[in-house]
Design a protein around this ligand. Structure first.
Ligand code: GAR
Length: 210
């Protein structure tokens, strides 16, 4: 699992593993940020962690080659990006393309990139949410498999949306990871399948606001 920050999605996935909702284990948590709060949280749960910061002047290609070796050394079969905030090298992405998931805080293809909550408000949109997708070289552009949506309310600000979207993420990301580790979901020839059925569009679940 790759993180850069607080690691709340990482914790949701660790919880799901501990509860048996995900068949599998997190073999290592890696971060480009040595001080990422999520690294300490993972270590406190006994999960091996590794900080892999960019060295001074290091290119993305050179860094991600080191990242690739670290992932291969720990024997991971699936790469889970959980708030990893670096753009990944194309060669790296191609190497792990059929076995790398990301979570993004918007209803893709709307609002790729950063500041999604603010942009939803600025666009006056009535709904928002989060997407789990396979990672391809196009940034936030790989096929989506699962989305959770919510209604934007009068009075919402970027922070209230961030909190509401996080709650959705903590449900949909463990679910999608579990689909992969149980063998239910596969990504073959550019098309994700669930239980052998091609997903032409993501499965979408609507969440009530609390
Ligand atoms: C999550 O909201 C995730 O969707 C987002 O970073 C946050 C990480 O939170 N990822 C991206 O924006 C990637 N483009 P967390 O560290 O608490 O899991």
């Amino acid at each position: 699992m790759l993180i850069s920050g607080t690691g709340s999605n990482m914790l949701a996935i660790l919880d799901a593993c501990a509860q048996g909702d995900i068949e599998g284990e997190v073999v290592t948590v890696l971060s480009d940020q040595p001080l990422a709060a999520g690294l300490a949280k993972a270590a406190a749960r006994g999960v091996p962690v590794q900080a892999l910061p960019y060295a001074a002047g290091e290119s993305r290609h050179a860094h991600d080659l080191r990242l690739k070796h670290a992932i291969e050394e720990c024997g991971a079969e699936l790469v889970v990006l959980a708030g990893y905030m670096r753009i990944l090298d194309t060669e790296f992405v191609q190497h792990f393309a059929t076995r790398m998931l990301n979570i993004h805080p918007s209803l893709l293809p709307r609002h790729k990139g950063l500041h999604t909550h603010r942009r939803v408000l600025e666009a006056g949109e009535a709904e928002h949410g989060a997407s789990v997708h396979y990672v391809t070289p196009e940034l936030d552009g790989g096929p989506c498999v699962l989305q959770g949506s919510l209604a934007v309310r009068d009075g919402d600000d970027a922070e209230s949306l961030r909190l509401a979207v996080h709650r959705i993420e903590h449900v949909i990301y463990p679910r999608a990871v579990g689909w992969v580790t149980s063998g239910r979901m596969k990504f073959v020839d550019g098309v994700p399948t669930l239980d052998g059925v091609p997903l032409q569009q993501p499965i979408r679940e609507e969440f009530a606001r609390s």
